[in-house]
Design a protein around this ligand. Structure first.
Ligand SMILES: Cc1cc2nc3c(=O)[nH]c(=O)nc-3n(C[C@H](O)[C@H](O)[C@H](O)COP(=O)(O)O)c2cc1C
Length: 156
């Protein structure tokens, strides 16, 4: 199964999981979403907090075509009341995907608001992986990754 792992990460947590997921799937490609806006530093934090609940689309760069893949595993942090971050939301708005799976590392590990947004975009992930910052910090997430990957590998 041709697999793409695509992610946005502001401070590295979701990059770490994206790297691990990509290495769990033989020959998976890894794509980082790069927004034209800079979300780093205090100004970036304010921008992120302001724009996420407004569902603002932003300009992004990503080079691979997700339509070339049977499975697209996408992920990133949640911002301001559990919303999808704007770079990932913008990416997802650009395509009609075949099969998807969703992962997110966030402060709370609660993806319910993000799932509502995905539903509104017409995206229904076949599997989800929701991790909290604490699980990442305490290295208490490996079994969840294993379960997520094996459920995806069963689906052809
Ligand atoms: C502006 C901003 C708002 C955030 N709002 C939330 C939130 O509403 N819910 C939540 O669970 N985490 C929230 N977080 C925490 C991030 O989702 C979390 O720290 C995540 O692991 C960061 O991922 P990254 O290192 O890949 O950027 C917020 C972070 C930022 C920067």
């Amino acid at each position: 199964m041709k697999t793409l792992v695509v992610y946005y990460s502001r401070s590295g947590n979701n990059k770490k999981i994206a790297d691990e997921l990509a290495s769990s799937f033989p020959k998976a490609d890894l794509e980082r979403i790069v927004p034209e806006k800079d979300y780093h530093g205090m100004m970036g934090w304010l921008k992120a907090g302001y724009s996420a609940p407004k569902f603002k689309r932003v300009k992004i760069n990503a080079s691979r075509n997700p339509l070339d893949y049977n499975l697209v595993i996408f992920g990133g942090p949640l911002w301001a009341w559990g919303n999808l971050n704007n770079p990932l939301l913008s990416y997802l708005s650009n395509y009609k995907f075949k099969k998807t799976a969703f992962f997110s590392v966030s402060g709370s590990g609660n993806i319910s608001q993000a799932m509502k947004q995905l539903q509104e975009l017409g995206i229904n992930p076949i599997a989800t992986l929701a991790l909290s910052d604490r699980e990442l910090r305490e290295n208490a997430y490996k079994s969840k990754i294993t379960d997520f990957c094996s459920s995806l590998k069963k689906i052809k």
